[in-house]
Design a protein around this ligand. Sequence first.
Ligand code: HPA
Ligand code: ZN
Length: 337
Amino acid sequence: MKSFIEGLPKAELHLHIEGTFEPELMFKLAERNAITLPYESVEALHEAYNFSNLQDFLDIYYQGMNVLRSEQDFYDLTWAYLQRVSQQAVTHVEIFFDPQGHVERGISFETALIGIYSALQQGQKQFGISFGVIMCFLRHLSEEDAFETLEMALPHKDKIIGVGLDSSEAGNPPSKFTRVFAKAREEGFHVVAHAGEEGPPEYIIEALDLLKVERIDHGNTCLQDAALVKRLVAEKIPLTVCPLSNTKLCVVDDMKNHPLPAMLKAGLQVMINSDDPAYFGGYLNENYAAISGLLDNDKNLLAKLAVNSFTSAFLSDENKVAAIAKVNDYLARHNSN
Ligand code: HPA
Ligand code: ZN
């Protein structure tokens, strides 16, 4: 099963580039930038990665970001991620970045964006991995702050395909960002939002009705509302599910209780993603592997998740069809031997 997953062509649609910051690289960049980390060693930093909820994680995640200063730092971070997933049969990525997490520390929007974007261009050239960049608004900050961030993105419409919403969910409902999402849509950006990770199903409904999102990031709590599940199925709204993130952040108590099989059974358009792989213990293949047993190691279901990753991507219909054909060819080859 491991080798089936390793070679299965797949897309990643829920990945925070700042969440790919491996401790080894963090120490290296800290040294380059003459920053002293509040941890003695790579091992000590690893040991800090024990979270009891989303906020616990976010505190460490924002602290880690602090080390990123130059365009080269953002390039190196993104390049390290691409090198990893180029070994995982990942052929398309749509990655999030958190501009406000950098701008508020005096790092320009362009420094972060250009560093990330240049690495993605190189990844497309060298590994054939196509990509899109989605900038997220930090929901613990104000809508006014989000508007200022959107303004910064306007000269870079050629490099940014969409806007998202992340950070502390509880107490920061999608409704707080209705107007800025309307403006983002008007400007032609795709729109997505984290909802139903820790927040109630109502936040998913708000994201659909008020923000008019095209995908829901996470969406786990939809299962508490049968009418909402029915709607998500009928409207074919993709849910970007992140198994290792869910257990690490205690959204799910144990992988054996992960709702993914129930979500598939309900007909929801789900796929697998890694969210913040450096912090949650695995990249895309490790997430597929973590869930595989729950799906009885059924190759058809694993392939279905890969197909959904392309169906749900912001790709042209032509590119979707080509990518899905590759998944189906791969499955046919593996089912015949
Ligand atoms: N949820 C919310 N905000 C985030 C996450 C997440 O899983 N990862 C990085 N920012
Ligand atoms: Zn996320």
